[in-house]
Design a protein around this ligand. Structure first.
Ligand code: GDP
Ligand code: MG
Length: 175
């Protein structure tokens, strides 16, 4: 009896500096790395057991310096997406909806599978985007929402990645 397994390609998008690399590294290593080359684009492989199933993830940490063509390539490549904003940076929050729009353009007519993450939840004193605003946007985009901190590990960093894998799997079953 062969064990069930799934391949899932995830790409992480969001404005430069929101903590995409820090989040990916936190998820993979449970540690926080203060400085991470902001120009570096990296792909990681990670295996996890999600709901009794082995999931082989490929995770693309985008650098945000790619041109339009490269970005579309990343969007076409991915099965699921994490859009990250920084709760202390309203501009990063305002960039979320346009990114989703672009994903829809590229994926058309396929459904865009997505989770929304508000990062840097440890910086409560500098907050510019309320939790309610994050929840409202996620409702509009019809996706799951997590506030968390790559720095302290608070919130649900792993859960965001795992839930995205689950959603990709659910979508595959109905399509
Ligand atoms: P990226 O450009 O989206 O990949 O962002 P990075 O992961 O390189 O992070 C940008 C900066 O934000 C770095 O100085 C990180 O140390 C910092 N950073 C990332 N995540 C957090 C977090 O959760 N809390 C705090 N306080 N700083 C963070
Ligand atoms: Mg980065």
């Amino acid at each position: 009896n062969m064990a069930k397994s799934a391949e899932v390609k995830l790409a992480v998008f969001g404005k430069a500096g929101v903590g995409k690399s820090a989040l990916v590294v936190r998820f993979l290593t449970k540690r926080f790395i203060w400085e991470y080359d902001p120009t570096l684009e990296s792909t990681y492989r990670h295996q996890a057991n999600i709901d009794e199933e082995v999931v082989n993830m490929e995770i693309l940490d985008t650098a945000g310096q790619e041109d339009m063509l490269q970005r579309e390539g990343h969007m076409r490549w991915g099965d699921g997406f994490i859009i990250v904003y920084d709760i202390t940076d309203r501009v990063s929050f305002e960039e979320v909806a346009p990114l989703k729009g672009l994903l829809e353009e590229v994926k058309k007519p396929k459904h865009v599978t997505l989770v929304l993450v508000g990062n840097k939840a440890d910086l409560e004193h500098a907050r510019q985007v309320s939790t309610e605003e994050g929840e409202r946007l996620a409702a509009e985009l019809a996706c799951a929402f997590y506030e968390c901190s790559a720095c302290t590990g608070e919130g649900a960093v792993s859960e965001a990645f795992h839930e995205l894998c689950r959603e990709v799997r659910r979508r595959r079953m109905v399509q």
